[in-house]
Design a binder for this molecule. Sequence first.
Ligand code: GTP
Ligand code: MG
Length: 197
Amino acid sequence: MKIKSAEFVISNSRADLCPIHDMPEYAFIGRSNVGKSSLINCLVERKALAMTSSTPGKTLLINHFLINGDWYLVDLPGYGYAKRSKKEQEKLSKIISYYISQREQLTSLFVLIDSRLEPQRIDLEFIANLGEMGVPFGIIFTKADKVKRAQIKGNVERFLNRLREDWEELPPYFVTSSETGMGREDVLNYIEKINES
Ligand code: GTP
Ligand code: MG
């Protein structure tokens, strides 16, 4: 899919204050620093549409970006950053769960997983919760430029095997790098297919 336009619309902390429209939304979630905001910039080929940082905890609100005038990418705060105060963590969990559980326009959530790591309990638990809530989702393995191909393959396979324990059918998954653009087309084509269905 060709990206003709990408514009920041609004940041806010509540699902009921998100833009009013009936277009599909695709949102990005995952541990702090996993590369959510970078992937949004990669998908739209813009350096700083979404704010990124080498320090975890950069994105703190729900951020809406209108793409090609007819669908949205949504950048969410990350989960699992241990250095946050309990109060701050609770506030962010509320923002995330508001959006995920209440946003009718949410067409697919993408859960980002660091391809450098063995399966992490926090990610598996988050995905198990999505299953219980019935939220449609896909998995995006990130930062593939940072590890050898064999290691990515092993980590992805181990992660999928963990999912197979709970799921009869695996969710769609993608291996990406926001540095090299690997997987960009696959994610965009997947979104395009849903938009057209
Ligand atoms: P929070 O908003 O804090 O939850 O983080 P985030 O998930 O939005 O991560 P962000 O996109 O800000 O990226 C975190 C760091 O990882 C930044 O220093 C990025 O440059 C780096 N990064 C993200 N994606 C990639 C990637 O594909 N490859 C490499 N090498 N670095 C990446
Ligand atoms: Mg971010």
